[in-house]
Design a protein around this ligand. Sequence first.
Ligand code: 4AD
Ligand code: MG
Length: 461
Amino acid sequence: AVTVKQIFRETETFLNQKLEISGWVRTIRTSKAFGFIEINDGSFFENIQVVFDESLDNFLEIGKQTISSALRVQGTLVPSPGAKQPFELKAEHVEILALAGGDYPLQKKRHSFEYLRTIAHLRPRTNTFAAVFRVRSVVAYAIHKFFQEKGFVYVHTPIITGSDAEGAGEMFKVTVLDPANPPRNDAGTVNYGEDFFGKETSLTVSGQLNVETYCMAFRNVYTFGPTFRAENSNTARHAAEFWMIEPEIAFAELADNMKLAEEMMKYIIRYALDNAPEEMAFFNKFVDKTLFERLENILNSDFGHITYTEAVKLLEKVNTEFEYPVHWGIDLQTEHERYLTEKIFKKPVFVSDYPKDIKAFYMRLNDDNKTVAAMDLLVPGVGEIIGGSQREERLEVLENRMKEFGLKEEDYYWYLDLRRYGGVKHAGYGLGFERVIMYLSGMSNIRDVISFPRTANMCEF
Ligand code: 4AD
Ligand code: MG
Protein backbone atom coordinates (compact mmCIF):
# COMPACT_ATOMS: atom_id res chain seq x y z
CA ALA A 1 0.00 0.00 0.00
CA VAL A 2 1.17 3.52 -0.70
CA THR A 3 0.37 6.69 1.21
CA VAL A 4 -1.34 9.75 -0.18
CA LYS A 5 1.75 11.72 0.74
CA GLN A 6 3.90 9.50 -1.50
CA ILE A 7 1.39 9.90 -4.33
CA PHE A 8 1.55 13.69 -4.10
CA ARG A 9 5.30 13.86 -3.69
CA GLU A 10 6.21 11.27 -6.36
CA THR A 11 3.27 11.47 -8.72
CA GLU A 12 5.31 10.49 -11.78
CA THR A 13 6.25 7.16 -10.20
CA PHE A 14 2.68 6.23 -9.46
CA LEU A 15 0.82 7.57 -12.50
CA ASN A 16 -0.95 4.82 -14.45
CA GLN A 17 -0.05 2.31 -11.75
CA LYS A 18 -2.40 0.11 -9.75
CA LEU A 19 -2.49 1.32 -6.15
CA GLU A 20 -4.23 0.63 -2.89
CA ILE A 21 -5.02 3.23 -0.26
CA SER A 22 -7.07 3.20 2.92
CA GLY A 23 -8.47 6.21 4.70
CA TRP A 24 -11.48 8.19 5.75
CA VAL A 25 -14.12 9.92 3.63
CA ARG A 26 -13.86 13.70 3.79
CA THR A 27 -16.48 14.45 1.12
CA ILE A 28 -18.65 12.28 -1.07
CA ARG A 29 -20.76 13.21 -4.10
CA THR A 30 -22.70 10.74 -6.17
CA SER A 31 -24.90 10.80 -9.23
CA LYS A 32 -26.73 7.96 -11.00
CA ALA A 33 -23.76 6.45 -12.76
CA PHE A 34 -20.65 7.62 -10.90
CA GLY A 35 -19.38 9.40 -7.82
CA PHE A 36 -16.42 11.21 -6.26
CA ILE A 37 -14.94 10.67 -2.84
CA GLU A 38 -12.22 12.72 -1.26
CA ILE A 39 -10.23 10.46 1.02
CA ASN A 40 -7.76 11.44 3.69
CA ASP A 41 -5.42 8.65 4.70
CA GLY A 42 -3.81 10.49 7.62
CA SER A 43 -0.41 10.61 5.95
CA PHE A 44 -0.78 14.01 4.37
CA PHE A 45 -2.57 17.31 4.64
CA GLU A 46 -4.20 16.87 1.20
CA ASN A 47 -6.96 14.43 0.27
CA ILE A 48 -6.91 12.18 -2.75
CA GLN A 49 -9.87 12.16 -5.07
CA VAL A 50 -11.35 8.76 -5.89
CA VAL A 51 -13.77 8.28 -8.80
CA PHE A 52 -16.03 5.28 -8.81
CA ASP A 53 -18.78 4.21 -11.19
CA GLU A 54 -21.58 1.74 -11.65
CA SER A 55 -19.25 -0.91 -13.05
CA LEU A 56 -18.44 -1.71 -9.38
CA ASP A 57 -20.80 -4.34 -7.97
CA ASN A 58 -21.17 -2.45 -4.67
CA PHE A 59 -21.67 0.92 -6.41
CA LEU A 60 -24.91 1.70 -4.55
CA GLU A 61 -23.49 0.79 -1.18
CA ILE A 62 -20.41 2.96 -1.71
CA GLY A 63 -22.72 5.88 -2.44
CA LYS A 64 -24.31 5.46 0.98
CA GLN A 65 -21.03 6.10 2.83
CA THR A 66 -20.93 9.23 4.95
CA ILE A 67 -18.23 11.61 6.10
CA SER A 68 -15.64 9.76 8.21
CA SER A 69 -16.53 6.30 6.94
CA ALA A 70 -13.40 4.22 6.41
CA LEU A 71 -12.63 2.66 3.01
CA ARG A 72 -9.94 0.64 1.28
CA VAL A 73 -9.67 1.46 -2.42
CA GLN A 74 -7.81 -0.37 -5.15
CA GLY A 75 -7.54 1.35 -8.47
CA THR A 76 -5.36 3.07 -11.05
CA LEU A 77 -3.91 6.55 -10.65
CA VAL A 78 -4.99 8.43 -13.79
CA PRO A 79 -4.42 11.98 -15.01
CA SER A 80 -7.39 14.26 -14.45
CA PRO A 81 -7.00 17.63 -16.16
CA GLY A 82 -10.32 18.97 -14.86
CA ALA A 83 -9.96 18.47 -11.13
CA LYS A 84 -8.04 20.68 -8.69
CA GLN A 85 -5.45 17.93 -8.54
CA PRO A 86 -3.72 16.68 -11.72
CA PHE A 87 -4.59 13.08 -10.91
CA GLU A 88 -7.30 10.94 -9.36
CA LEU A 89 -7.67 7.35 -8.32
CA LYS A 90 -10.04 5.42 -10.58
CA ALA A 91 -11.53 2.78 -8.32
CA GLU A 92 -11.61 -0.85 -9.40
CA HIS A 93 -12.46 -2.25 -6.00
CA VAL A 94 -13.81 -0.47 -2.91
CA GLU A 95 -13.99 -2.24 0.42
CA ILE A 96 -16.07 -0.63 3.13
CA LEU A 97 -14.19 -0.89 6.42
CA ALA A 98 -16.42 1.14 8.74
CA LEU A 99 -19.57 3.11 8.11
CA ALA A 100 -19.67 6.32 10.16
CA GLY A 101 -22.83 7.22 12.02
CA GLY A 102 -24.97 9.86 10.34
CA ASP A 103 -24.78 12.04 13.43
CA TYR A 104 -21.02 12.59 12.96
CA PRO A 105 -20.39 16.05 14.44
CA LEU A 106 -18.07 17.27 11.69
CA GLN A 107 -20.33 17.67 8.72
CA LYS A 108 -19.01 19.59 5.74
CA LYS A 109 -19.41 23.19 6.85
CA ARG A 110 -17.31 25.69 8.71
CA HIS A 111 -17.33 25.17 12.45
CA SER A 112 -16.18 27.81 14.91
CA PHE A 113 -12.99 27.15 16.84
CA GLU A 114 -15.04 27.49 20.04
CA TYR A 115 -17.30 24.65 18.96
CA LEU A 116 -14.38 22.51 17.85
CA ARG A 117 -12.80 22.88 21.30
CA THR A 118 -15.80 21.03 22.71
CA ILE A 119 -14.95 18.10 20.44
CA ALA A 120 -11.17 18.20 20.85
CA HIS A 121 -11.09 14.42 20.32
CA LEU A 122 -12.43 14.87 16.77
CA ARG A 123 -10.98 18.21 15.70
CA PRO A 124 -7.66 16.84 14.33
CA ARG A 125 -9.82 15.54 11.48
CA THR A 126 -10.53 19.08 10.26
CA ASN A 127 -8.20 20.89 7.87
CA THR A 128 -7.22 23.63 10.29
CA PHE A 129 -6.34 21.29 13.12
CA ALA A 130 -4.72 18.77 10.81
CA ALA A 131 -2.42 21.60 9.74
CA VAL A 132 -1.81 22.87 13.28
CA PHE A 133 -0.88 19.52 14.74
CA ARG A 134 1.23 18.43 11.81
CA VAL A 135 3.18 21.69 12.04
CA ARG A 136 3.46 21.22 15.80
CA SER A 137 5.10 17.86 15.19
CA VAL A 138 7.43 19.22 12.50
CA VAL A 139 8.49 22.14 14.69
CA ALA A 140 9.17 19.89 17.70
CA TYR A 141 11.51 17.93 15.49
CA ALA A 142 13.11 21.13 14.14
CA ILE A 143 13.88 22.27 17.67
CA HIS A 144 15.60 19.01 18.56
CA LYS A 145 17.45 19.09 15.25
CA PHE A 146 18.65 22.65 15.82
CA PHE A 147 20.08 21.93 19.26
CA GLN A 148 21.39 18.46 18.48
CA GLU A 149 23.26 19.74 15.42
CA LYS A 150 24.95 22.25 17.70
CA GLY A 151 25.98 19.50 20.11
CA PHE A 152 23.55 20.43 22.90
CA VAL A 153 22.67 17.61 25.29
CA TYR A 154 18.95 16.98 25.80
CA VAL A 155 18.21 16.70 29.52
CA HIS A 156 14.98 15.32 30.93
CA THR A 157 14.21 17.47 33.94
CA PRO A 158 11.67 16.30 36.51
CA ILE A 159 7.96 17.07 36.42
CA ILE A 160 7.54 16.76 40.18
CA THR A 161 9.67 19.26 42.02
CA GLY A 162 10.43 20.47 45.51
CA SER A 163 11.37 24.04 44.55
CA ASP A 164 9.65 26.95 42.87
CA ALA A 165 11.92 27.82 39.96
CA GLU A 166 10.26 31.13 39.19
CA GLY A 167 9.30 32.19 42.70
CA ALA A 168 5.97 33.35 41.33
CA GLY A 169 3.91 31.00 43.50
CA GLU A 170 1.84 29.74 40.59
CA MET A 171 2.37 26.08 41.35
CA PHE A 172 0.07 23.09 41.46
CA LYS A 173 0.63 21.06 44.59
CA VAL A 174 1.17 17.30 44.36
CA THR A 175 -0.76 15.18 46.85
CA VAL A 176 -1.84 11.56 47.16
CA LEU A 177 -5.43 11.09 46.16
CA ASP A 178 -6.62 9.64 49.45
CA PRO A 179 -4.68 11.05 52.43
CA ALA A 180 -6.63 8.79 54.81
CA ASN A 181 -5.33 5.77 52.95
CA PRO A 182 -1.70 6.60 52.14
CA PRO A 183 0.70 4.43 50.15
CA ARG A 184 2.71 1.82 52.06
CA ASN A 185 5.99 0.12 51.30
CA ASP A 186 6.39 -3.61 50.55
CA ALA A 187 6.38 -4.50 54.21
CA GLY A 188 3.14 -2.65 54.56
CA THR A 189 4.46 -0.84 57.60
CA VAL A 190 5.74 2.51 56.42
CA ASN A 191 3.10 5.11 56.26
CA TYR A 192 4.14 8.11 54.24
CA GLY A 193 1.45 10.21 55.75
CA GLU A 194 -0.28 12.91 53.83
CA ASP A 195 2.77 13.69 51.82
CA PHE A 196 4.39 10.89 49.83
CA PHE A 197 7.70 12.69 49.50
CA GLY A 198 8.00 13.81 53.08
CA LYS A 199 7.94 17.41 51.94
CA GLU A 200 5.73 19.67 49.95
CA THR A 201 6.08 19.13 46.21
CA SER A 202 4.54 20.64 43.10
CA LEU A 203 4.40 20.27 39.35
CA THR A 204 7.30 22.07 37.74
CA VAL A 205 6.87 25.60 36.37
CA SER A 206 10.24 25.42 34.59
CA GLY A 207 13.08 22.96 34.24
CA GLN A 208 15.64 25.73 34.41
CA LEU A 209 17.20 25.21 37.83
CA ASN A 210 17.63 21.51 37.12
CA VAL A 211 19.01 22.07 33.65
CA GLU A 212 21.53 24.58 35.01
CA THR A 213 23.11 21.72 36.97
CA TYR A 214 23.65 19.78 33.73
CA CYS A 215 24.92 22.93 32.03
CA MET A 216 27.76 23.02 34.57
CA ALA A 217 28.68 19.49 33.42
CA PHE A 218 27.91 19.38 29.70
CA ARG A 219 28.32 23.05 28.85
CA ASN A 220 25.41 23.35 26.38
CA VAL A 221 22.13 21.65 27.22
CA TYR A 222 18.38 21.98 26.71
CA THR A 223 15.11 20.64 28.05
CA PHE A 224 11.89 20.28 26.13
CA GLY A 225 8.95 19.18 28.19
CA PRO A 226 5.64 20.02 29.79
CA THR A 227 5.40 22.70 32.47
CA PHE A 228 2.50 23.71 34.67
CA ARG A 229 1.30 27.02 35.99
CA ALA A 230 -1.74 27.83 38.03
CA GLU A 231 -2.32 30.94 35.94
CA ASN A 232 -5.53 32.54 36.97
CA SER A 233 -5.54 34.84 33.98
CA ASN A 234 -8.04 33.65 31.44
CA THR A 235 -6.25 34.86 28.32
CA ALA A 236 -5.75 33.54 24.81
CA ARG A 237 -2.01 33.08 25.47
CA HIS A 238 -1.88 31.31 28.85
CA ALA A 239 -2.47 27.66 29.56
CA ALA A 240 -2.15 25.78 32.85
CA GLU A 241 -0.16 23.07 31.05
CA PHE A 242 2.19 24.07 28.26
CA TRP A 243 5.45 22.90 26.76
CA MET A 244 8.67 24.80 27.09
CA ILE A 245 12.08 24.60 25.44
CA GLU A 246 14.86 25.72 27.77
CA PRO A 247 18.44 25.85 26.50
CA GLU A 248 21.24 26.74 28.89
CA ILE A 249 24.73 27.73 27.72
CA ALA A 250 27.93 27.93 29.72
CA PHE A 251 30.81 30.43 29.40
CA ALA A 252 28.17 32.74 27.98
CA GLU A 253 26.56 36.10 28.65
CA LEU A 254 23.29 37.79 27.78
CA ALA A 255 24.42 38.76 24.26
CA ASP A 256 25.23 35.11 23.46
CA ASN A 257 21.80 34.16 24.74
CA MET A 258 20.05 36.60 22.41
CA LYS A 259 22.16 35.49 19.49
CA LEU A 260 21.19 31.85 20.09
CA ALA A 261 17.51 32.74 20.43
CA GLU A 262 17.49 34.69 17.16
CA GLU A 263 19.28 31.92 15.31
CA MET A 264 16.88 29.32 16.71
CA MET A 265 13.77 31.32 15.78
CA LYS A 266 14.96 31.77 12.22
CA TYR A 267 15.88 28.10 11.95
CA ILE A 268 12.43 27.02 13.13
CA ILE A 269 10.61 29.33 10.73
CA ARG A 270 12.73 28.21 7.77
CA TYR A 271 12.24 24.58 8.74
CA ALA A 272 8.45 24.86 8.97
CA LEU A 273 8.23 26.64 5.60
CA ASP A 274 10.45 24.02 3.95
CA ASN A 275 9.04 20.92 5.60
CA ALA A 276 5.35 21.67 5.97
CA PRO A 277 4.70 23.78 2.86
CA GLU A 278 1.10 22.64 2.31
CA GLU A 279 0.13 23.33 5.91
CA MET A 280 1.88 26.70 5.95
CA ALA A 281 0.17 27.66 2.68
CA PHE A 282 -3.16 26.73 4.26
CA PHE A 283 -2.51 29.07 7.21
CA ASN A 284 -1.48 31.84 4.88
CA LYS A 285 -4.68 31.44 2.89
CA PHE A 286 -7.27 30.81 5.59
CA VAL A 287 -5.92 31.92 8.96
CA ASP A 288 -3.68 34.94 8.41
CA LYS A 289 -3.19 36.38 4.93
CA THR A 290 -0.07 38.29 5.97
CA LEU A 291 1.67 35.24 7.42
CA PHE A 292 4.18 34.53 4.65
CA GLU A 293 5.05 38.18 4.28
CA ARG A 294 5.60 38.44 8.01
CA LEU A 295 7.75 35.32 8.24
CA GLU A 296 9.86 36.17 5.18
CA ASN A 297 10.40 39.62 6.61
CA ILE A 298 11.73 38.11 9.82
CA LEU A 299 14.08 35.74 8.02
CA ASN A 300 15.55 38.69 6.18
CA SER A 301 16.01 41.15 9.01
CA ASP A 302 17.84 41.38 12.30
CA PHE A 303 15.76 41.32 15.44
CA GLY A 304 15.48 44.62 17.30
CA HIS A 305 16.97 45.23 20.73
CA ILE A 306 16.04 47.80 23.32
CA THR A 307 16.60 48.00 27.06
CA TYR A 308 13.64 48.09 29.42
CA THR A 309 14.59 51.63 30.47
CA GLU A 310 14.67 52.87 26.85
CA ALA A 311 11.41 51.05 26.11
CA VAL A 312 9.67 52.71 29.06
CA LYS A 313 10.82 56.12 27.81
CA LEU A 314 9.29 55.42 24.39
CA LEU A 315 6.06 54.00 25.77
CA GLU A 316 5.55 56.82 28.28
CA LYS A 317 5.20 59.17 25.31
CA VAL A 318 2.11 57.27 24.16
CA ASN A 319 0.65 56.48 27.58
CA THR A 320 -2.80 57.68 26.51
CA GLU A 321 -2.98 54.65 24.20
CA PHE A 322 -2.90 52.23 27.12
CA GLU A 323 -5.33 50.91 29.65
CA TYR A 324 -2.43 50.73 32.14
CA PRO A 325 -0.02 53.71 31.82
CA VAL A 326 3.68 52.90 31.84
CA HIS A 327 6.31 54.09 34.29
CA TRP A 328 9.74 52.75 35.25
CA GLY A 329 9.45 49.77 37.57
CA ILE A 330 6.24 48.20 36.29
CA ASP A 331 6.04 44.84 34.62
CA LEU A 332 5.20 45.46 30.98
CA GLN A 333 1.67 44.35 30.10
CA THR A 334 0.69 42.60 26.90
CA GLU A 335 -0.64 45.87 25.47
CA HIS A 336 2.77 47.51 26.00
CA GLU A 337 4.70 44.57 24.62
CA ARG A 338 2.55 44.42 21.53
CA TYR A 339 2.85 48.17 20.99
CA LEU A 340 6.64 47.87 21.06
CA THR A 341 6.88 45.00 18.62
CA GLU A 342 3.92 45.81 16.36
CA LYS A 343 3.92 49.63 16.23
CA ILE A 344 7.44 50.75 17.03
CA PHE A 345 9.72 47.98 15.73
CA LYS A 346 7.36 46.09 13.41
CA LYS A 347 9.49 42.98 13.92
CA PRO A 348 10.68 40.76 16.76
CA VAL A 349 12.45 42.72 19.47
CA PHE A 350 14.47 41.79 22.54
CA VAL A 351 13.81 43.86 25.64
CA SER A 352 16.64 43.53 28.13
CA ASP A 353 17.79 44.66 31.56
CA TYR A 354 14.57 44.77 33.53
CA PRO A 355 14.20 46.14 37.08
CA LYS A 356 15.40 43.51 39.52
CA ASP A 357 12.22 43.63 41.62
CA ILE A 358 9.95 42.32 38.86
CA LYS A 359 12.19 39.44 37.79
CA ALA A 360 13.28 36.11 39.27
CA PHE A 361 15.95 35.73 41.96
CA TYR A 362 18.43 33.86 39.75
CA MET A 363 18.96 36.63 37.19
CA ARG A 364 22.36 38.29 37.20
CA LEU A 365 22.45 41.66 38.93
CA ASN A 366 23.76 44.45 36.73
CA ASP A 367 26.38 46.95 37.91
CA ASP A 368 23.70 49.62 38.41
CA ASN A 369 22.28 47.44 41.24
CA LYS A 370 18.81 48.25 39.92
CA THR A 371 18.41 46.03 36.89
CA VAL A 372 19.15 42.41 36.01
CA ALA A 373 20.56 40.83 32.85
CA ALA A 374 17.18 39.58 31.66
CA MET A 375 15.80 39.43 28.16
CA ASP A 376 12.35 38.82 26.72
CA LEU A 377 11.71 38.31 23.03
CA LEU A 378 8.51 39.98 21.85
CA VAL A 379 6.97 39.18 18.48
CA PRO A 380 4.13 40.82 16.55
CA GLY A 381 0.79 39.11 17.04
CA VAL A 382 1.78 37.13 20.12
CA GLY A 383 3.81 39.38 22.43
CA GLU A 384 6.27 37.57 24.74
CA ILE A 385 7.45 34.33 23.20
CA ILE A 386 10.76 33.91 25.06
CA GLY A 387 11.88 34.83 28.56
CA GLY A 388 15.49 34.39 29.60
CA SER A 389 18.50 35.80 31.37
CA GLN A 390 22.12 35.54 32.28
CA ARG A 391 22.24 33.72 35.59
CA GLU A 392 23.80 35.03 38.81
CA GLU A 393 27.03 33.03 39.07
CA ARG A 394 28.48 34.96 42.05
CA LEU A 395 27.72 33.02 45.23
CA GLU A 396 27.47 35.99 47.58
CA VAL A 397 25.32 38.06 45.29
CA LEU A 398 22.99 35.12 44.76
CA GLU A 399 22.73 34.48 48.49
CA ASN A 400 21.80 38.09 49.05
CA ARG A 401 19.20 38.00 46.31
CA MET A 402 17.68 34.86 47.80
CA LYS A 403 17.40 36.60 51.16
CA GLU A 404 15.59 39.49 49.49
CA PHE A 405 13.14 37.02 47.97
CA GLY A 406 12.67 35.19 51.27
CA LEU A 407 14.02 31.92 49.87
CA LYS A 408 15.60 29.45 52.26
CA GLU A 409 19.19 28.46 51.48
CA GLU A 410 18.60 24.88 52.62
CA ASP A 411 15.97 24.45 49.90
CA TYR A 412 18.43 25.53 47.22
CA TYR A 413 21.77 24.24 48.56
CA TRP A 414 22.29 22.18 45.41
CA TYR A 415 21.70 25.26 43.25
CA LEU A 416 24.21 27.20 45.36
CA ASP A 417 26.70 24.32 45.04
CA LEU A 418 26.89 25.07 41.33
CA ARG A 419 28.40 28.44 42.30
CA ARG A 420 30.75 26.82 44.78
CA TYR A 421 32.23 24.23 42.44
CA GLY A 422 33.40 25.84 39.25
CA GLY A 423 30.42 28.05 38.59
CA VAL A 424 31.03 30.03 35.44
CA LYS A 425 29.02 32.64 33.61
CA HIS A 426 26.01 31.07 31.97
CA ALA A 427 22.72 32.04 30.44
CA GLY A 428 19.55 30.50 29.07
CA TYR A 429 15.98 31.10 28.09
CA GLY A 430 12.56 29.51 27.85
CA LEU A 431 10.61 29.40 24.60
CA GLY A 432 6.89 28.78 24.98
CA PHE A 433 6.19 26.00 22.50
CA GLU A 434 2.50 26.83 22.05
CA ARG A 435 3.36 30.50 21.54
CA VAL A 436 5.73 29.60 18.74
CA ILE A 437 3.04 27.47 17.09
CA MET A 438 0.61 30.39 17.36
CA TYR A 439 3.20 32.61 15.80
CA LEU A 440 3.89 30.24 12.91
CA SER A 441 0.24 29.51 12.15
CA GLY A 442 -1.47 32.81 12.88
CA MET A 443 -3.83 30.96 15.24
CA SER A 444 -4.90 33.42 17.90
CA ASN A 445 -5.87 31.19 20.82
CA ILE A 446 -3.49 28.93 22.70
CA ARG A 447 -6.37 26.45 23.18
CA ASP A 448 -6.22 25.77 19.46
CA VAL A 449 -2.56 24.79 19.23
CA ILE A 450 -2.40 22.21 22.04
CA SER A 451 -4.16 18.89 21.64
CA PHE A 452 -6.14 18.88 24.88
CA PRO A 453 -5.95 22.31 26.47
CA ARG A 454 -5.89 22.74 30.23
CA THR A 455 -6.94 26.19 31.37
CA ALA A 456 -8.94 27.53 34.32
CA ASN A 457 -12.24 25.63 34.40
CA MET A 458 -11.21 23.38 31.55
CA CYS A 459 -9.75 19.89 31.80
CA GLU A 460 -11.94 17.84 29.48
CA PHE A 461 -10.71 14.73 27.64
O1 4AD B 1 9.23 33.92 31.05
P1 4AD B 1 9.08 32.57 31.68
O2 4AD B 1 8.25 32.49 32.91
O3 4AD B 1 10.57 32.06 31.93
C1 4AD B 1 10.93 30.92 32.61
O4 4AD B 1 10.18 30.06 33.02
C2 4AD B 1 12.41 30.75 32.69
N1 4AD B 1 12.72 29.77 33.74
C3 4AD B 1 12.94 30.30 31.35
C4 4AD B 1 14.42 30.13 31.32
O5 4AD B 1 15.15 31.10 31.41
N2 4AD B 1 14.91 28.91 31.19
O6 4AD B 1 8.48 31.54 30.62
C5 4AD B 1 9.15 31.34 29.39
C6 4AD B 1 8.17 31.32 28.25
C7 4AD B 1 7.38 32.61 28.09
O7 4AD B 1 8.11 33.56 27.36
C8 4AD B 1 6.16 32.11 27.32
O8 4AD B 1 6.45 31.97 25.94
C9 4AD B 1 5.94 30.74 27.90
O9 4AD B 1 7.15 30.32 28.47
N3 4AD B 1 4.89 30.75 28.93
C10 4AD B 1 3.65 30.28 28.76
N4 4AD B 1 3.06 29.73 27.67
C11 4AD B 1 1.78 29.34 27.80
N5 4AD B 1 1.06 29.44 28.93
C12 4AD B 1 1.62 29.97 30.05
N6 4AD B 1 0.90 30.04 31.18
C13 4AD B 1 2.97 30.42 29.98
N7 4AD B 1 3.82 30.98 30.86
C14 4AD B 1 4.98 31.16 30.21
MG1 MG C 1 8.36 35.78 31.17
